[in-house]
Design a protein around this ligand. Structure first.
Ligand code: PEP
Ligand code: MG
Length: 755
C-alpha cells in the first residue's frame, strides 16, 4: 500500500497543473482500490460550493457543471463532519442528493474522505461502487491517507494558479497569502526576480520566449554540447567499464535524439515557452511516466532522463546567465537565498527578499537586517519557480508574502511603505534626545549587532550601547574558526566604534539553527541539543581563545561586557566564570592590563527563569533572550512557519516569566535587560519598561520607533497597562488590549506595521 501511495503522490506531484493532478488522482485511486467510481469535489471558497472537478466512472460531462452547496448532499455532509463517511446504501441516507447529470444512481456504496489542509476543508475525495457493501477498514484508511497526502499537493497546485491571479476554476483570485517567518523588519512592494539554483529542473520558472528561433538554437547547442560530453565520458571510461555499463551512454545518446526529447522540447518552444521551461515540461512528463512503471529497470530510466535534463539545463543556464534584469523595485526570490545573490542586485533597486528555505538566523537574514531590507524566510509553500516577474508584497514584520495583490491591498501596503519612510525621516531628529517618559523615567535603548555594517546604522539612530553582539556572525561568514588575533581585531572594531558606550559580547552561540559549515552539528533535535554554552563548555579551547580575544580587544577601552547564552543550570555559569577568570589571568600574564569585565547570563530557557534568583547572585546582570524563551516556554520552533501562529511573545506565560526575572533582579539590586526581538516591538517595549527592565536592546531599525513611543507615554500609564494585560489569559487578548489602549492614547503611528 505504501508503495502505491508513494507512486500516486509522486505522479500527482509532477503534474503540470491542477486539472491534470486531479485527473491522475481519480484514475489512480480508482485503479488502486478497484472501485467503479472515483471523483474529486473541491470547495470553491468564493461561492462556498463543492464543484465536481474530476471523475472516473461518472459522466465526464458533469465535471465543472455539477456543484453542491457546502451543506448539501453526502459531499457536504463529509465536508461538514470533517470525517470519512462510509455507506452501504448511499441513496437511503437522508443527506443523499441525486444529480441526473452524473449518472450516479447506479452506484449503491459510497466512501468519502475530506481533503483538509492546515485545518481548511479543501474538498472531498469519493469512491463509489454498484455492489451494496460497506467498504472495509483498510479501504477506508487507504482513502483517508490518500486524501491527507493529496491535500498538500492540491494546495500547492492551487497556490501555483493563484499567484497568477487565477483560482482553480479559472476565476480571478487576489491577495494570495503565503505564511513564512520574519527575516528583517519592514514592508516592500516590487517585482519578483527569481534566482535559480544551478541546474535544478524543478526550479525553472515559466517564461515567454522573447525570440523563438534563438531559444531553439540555444537548446540545440546545449544538446550538442551534452552529446559531446557523453561521447568524451564514454571514451574516457571505456577502459574501466564493461561494455554493458558503457551502453548507458548509448541510451543517453538515443534520448538526446530529436525523435525522443528533442522534438517535444522544440514544439513547446514554438508554442512560446523559453527553452528552459520547455525542457522542464518534457523531462518531468517523461520522468513521471517512467517512475510509475512496475518494471524496476524502466523505473531506473527516470533518473537517467532527470540527469540528462539537468545536464542540458546547466548549459542553457550558462548561455542565459546574463539575462537577469533587475527592475526598479526588485524583490529577490530564491529557494535558498545566499549573501552572494544579494550582492548581485544594485543596492538602490533591491527592496525585498524572499527565501523558501532558511530562517530568521540564516546569513542572508542577518545581512538583510543590517542593510534594512524587508525580508521573509522559510516561505515553504511558495511556488517560487513560477513567480518571476510577478508583483509581490513582502511583509517582513509578520513574515508574509502576498501575490496577485488587489488594488486595496496594494494601496494599504503602499501607504505603509510611505508611512514607514516618513516615520524614519521624521524620527531622525530623535537621535539626539534621550529616551525619557513623560513622567521623567529614563529608559536606555541599546542595539543588537553582529556585522560591522550594523555599527554605522546603530550610531546613526542614537544607540546608547550594544546589548547583544552576536559573536557567531563573524564566525559564520568564514570558512574556518577565526584565530585569536583575527577575533581580537573584529572585536576591537566593535568596541572602538561604540566607545565609551558599553558593548555586550555574547560567547559563541552556535548549534540550533546556527551552523558553521566547518563545524557541522547533526542532530535530530538541534534546539534541544548541543547549543550555545553547551558547545563552548565542551570545547574550553574555543571558549578560552574567544574570551582572551575579547579581553585583549578591550584594552584601554574598558567598555566590554560578556554574556553567556543558553544557560540552564548554575554549574554551567560556575564553569564559564572559571574559564573567564582563567582567560583573564592568562591575558594579564602576557603583560596586558585589562579589568575583569561585567559578566551576565542570558535567560532563554524556562529552567533559568525558575533559577533567576540563584543566577543573578553569581553574575552582574541578566538579559532575557525572548526569542528563545518564547520558543522553549511555548514549545514552538521559532523558525517553523507551520507553527508560527502559535509563537507569541505576548503569551501570558512569557509575561509571567519576565515578571519573575524582573523581581529577581530588583531584589538583588542588579540590572535586567531584554535583548530578544520583543524589546524592539514598540508596544511590547511599553510592558517591558513597566516591568522594570533596565535596558532594552533591539535591532537598529526599530530603535527610533520604540524611542518615539516611550517618549509619548508615562511610566505610570505603562504600569497601569501592564496591570490590565497581566490579568488576561489569552495571547490574542493581550495583544489586542495592549494595541487598543495605545491607539486610544493616539499612539498608533508606530503600531501600524502590516496586515
Ligand atoms: C534570543 O534568543 O532572544 C536572543 C536574543 O538570541 P538569538 O536570537 O541570537 O538566539
Ligand atoms: Mg537565543
Amino acid at each position: 500500500m505504501l508503495n502505491t501511495l508513494r507512486r500516486i503522490v509522486q505522479e500527482v506531484n509532477s503534474a503540470r497543473d491542477l486539472p491534470t493532478a486531479l485527473d491522475i488522482i481519480v484514475q489512480r485511486v480508482r485503479g488502486a482500490m478497484g472501485t467503479e467510481v472515483c471523483s474529486v469535489y473541491l470547495l470553491d471558497p468564493v461561492s462556498a460550493r463543492y464543484v465536481l472537478m474530476a471523475t472516473e466512472g461518472l459522466n465526464k460531462d458533469a465535471v465543472g457543471a455539477v456543484s453542491l452547496a457546502n451543506n448539501e448532499g453526502l459531499i457536504g455532509f463529509v465536508g461538514a463532519r470533517e470525517e470519512p463517511v462510509n455507506l452501504e446504501d448511499a441513496a437511503a441516507h437522508p443527506k443523499f442528493r441525486y444529480f441526473a447529470e452524473t449518472g450516479e444512481e447506479r452506484f449503491a456504496s459510497f466512501l468519502g474522505a475530506p481533503i483538509i489542509h492546515h485545518r481548511r476543508v479543501m474538498g472531498v475525495l469519493v469512491v463509489q461502487q454498484k455492489e451494496r457493501r460497506q467498504f472495509d477498514e483498510s479501504e477506508e484508511s487507504f482513502l483517508v491517507t490518500m486524501s491527507a497526502q493529496l491535500a498538500g499537493v492540491i494546495a500547492h497546485a492551487e497556490a501555483t494558479g493563484s499567484i497568477r491571479g487565477l483560482g482553480w476554476g479559472g476565476e480571478p483570485v487576489q491577495d494570495t497569502r503565503f505564511d513564512a517567518v520574519p527575516g528583517a523588519p519592514g514592508v516592500a512592494i516590487g517585482q519578483a526576480v527569481v534566482i535559480l539554483p544551478p541546474a535544478d529542473l524543478k526550479a525553472v520558472p515559466d517564461k515567454t520566449a522573447k525570440d523563438i528561433d534563438a531559444e531553439i538554437a540555444l537548446f540545440r547547442s546545449a544538446v550538442e554540447t551534452v552529446r559531446q560530453d557523453m561521447q568524451d565520458l564514454s571514451t574516457r571510461l571505456s577502459t574501466q567499464l564493461r561494455p554493458e555499463e558503457l551502453a548507458l551512454f548509448d541510451v543517453y545518446q538515443m534520448m538526446l535524439d530529436d525523435a525522443a526529447l528533442g522534438n517535444e522540447v522544440i514544439n513547446l518552444i514554438r508554442g512560446g515557452q523559453w527553452a528552459q521551461g520547455a525542457l522542464r515540461e518534457v523531462v518531468s512528463s517523461h520522468v513521471s511516466r517512467f517512475e510509475v512503471m512496475d518494471d524496476p529497470y524502466l523505473r531506473e530510466r527516470a533518473s537517467d532522463v532527470k540527469d540528462l535534463g539537468r545536464r542540458i539545463l546547466a548549459y542553457l543556464q550558462e548561455a542565459g546567465k546574463q539575462e537577469l534584469v533587475f527592475p526598479e523595485h526588485t524583490i529577490l526570490v530564491s529557494e535558498e537565498l545566499s549573501p552572494v545573490m544579494l550582492g548581485e542586485v544594485p543596492k538602490e533597486k533591491l527592496v525585498g527578499l524572499v527565501s523558501v528555505l532558511g530562517s530568521g538566523s540564516s546569513h542572508v537574514a542577518i545581512l538583510a537586517r543590517a542593510m534594512g531590507i524587508p525580508t521573509v524566510m522559510g516561505a515553504i509553500d511558495l511556488p517560487y519557480a513560477r513567480m518571476d516577474g510577478l508583483e509581490l508584497i513582502v511583509d517582513g514584520n509578520h513574515g508574509e508574502v502576498y501575490a496577485s495583490p488587489s488594488p486595496e491591498l496594494r494601496r494599504h501596503y503602499l501607504e505603509l511603505v510611505r508611512e514607514e519612510l516618513e516615520l524614519v525621516q521624521g524620527l531622525e531628529k530623535l537621535k539626539e534626545v534621550p529616551c525619557v517618559t513623560t513622567d521623567g523615567h529614563r529608559m536606555p535603548l541599546w542595539v543588537n549587532t553582529g556585522l560591522f555594517a550594523d555599527v554605522a546604522r546603530s550610531l546613526d539612530r542614537g544607540a546608547e550601547g550594544v546589548g547583544l553582539y552576536r559573536t557567531e556572525v563573524p564566525f559564520m561568514i568564514q570558512d574556518r574558526f577565526p584565530s585569536e588575533k583575527e577575533q581580537q581585531a573584529t572585536y576591537r572594531e566593535q568596541l572602538e566604534a561604540f566607545h565609551p558606550l558599553p558593548v555586550t559580547m555574547r560567547s559563541l552561540d552556535i548549534g540550533g539553527d546556527k551552523a558553521l559549515t566547518y563545524f557541522p552539528i547533526k542532530e535530530d533535535n538541534p534546539f534541544l541539543g548541543w547549543r550555545g554554552i553547551r558547545v563552548t563548555l565542551d570545547h574550553p579551547e574555543i571558549f578560552l581563545l574567544q574570551t582572551r580575544a575579547m579581553l585583549k580587544a578591550s584594552r584601554g577601552l574598558n567598555n566590554l561586557r560578556i554574556m553567556l547564552p543558553m544557560i540552564s543550570s548554575v554549574y554551567e555559569v560556575e564553569e564559564a566564570l572559571h574559564l573567564i577568570h582563567r582567560a583573564h589571568s592568562e591575558v594579564c600574564d602576557e603583560g596586558m592590563v585589562v579589568p575583569m569585565p561585567p559578566v551576565g547570563v542570558m535567560i532563554e530557557v524556562p529552567a533559568a527563569v525558575y533559577q533567576a534568583r540563584e543566577l543573578i547572585q553569581m553574575v552582574d546582570f541578566l538579559s532575557v533572550g525572548t526569542n528563545d524563551l518564547t520558543q522553549y516556554l511555548l514549545a514552538v520552533d521559532r523558525n517553523n512557519p507551520r507553527v508560527a501562529d502559535l509563537y507569541h511573545s505576548l503569551h501570558p506565560a512569557v509575561l509571567q516569566a519576565l515578571l519573575k526575572v524582573a523581581a529577581a533582579c530588583r531584589d538583588a539590586g542588579k540590572p535586567m535587560s531584554v535583548c530578544g526581538e520583543m524589546a524592539g516591538d514598540p508596544a511590547s517595549a511599553v510592558l517591558l519598561m513597566a516591568m522594570g527592565c533596565d535596558v532594552l536592546s533591539m535591532n537598529a531599525t526599530n530603535l527610533p520607533k520604540v524611542k518615539w513611543l516611550l517618549r509619548q507615554i508615562s511610566l505610570s500609564d505603562a504600569k497601569a497597562l501592564l496591570d490590565e494585560v497581566i490579568e488576561l489569559d489569552n495571547p490574542y487578548l493581550v495583544h489586542s488590549t495592549l494595541h487598543l489602549a495605545l491607539r486610544n492614547m493616539g499612539l498608533e503611528k508606530v503600531l501600524r506595521q502590516g496586515r
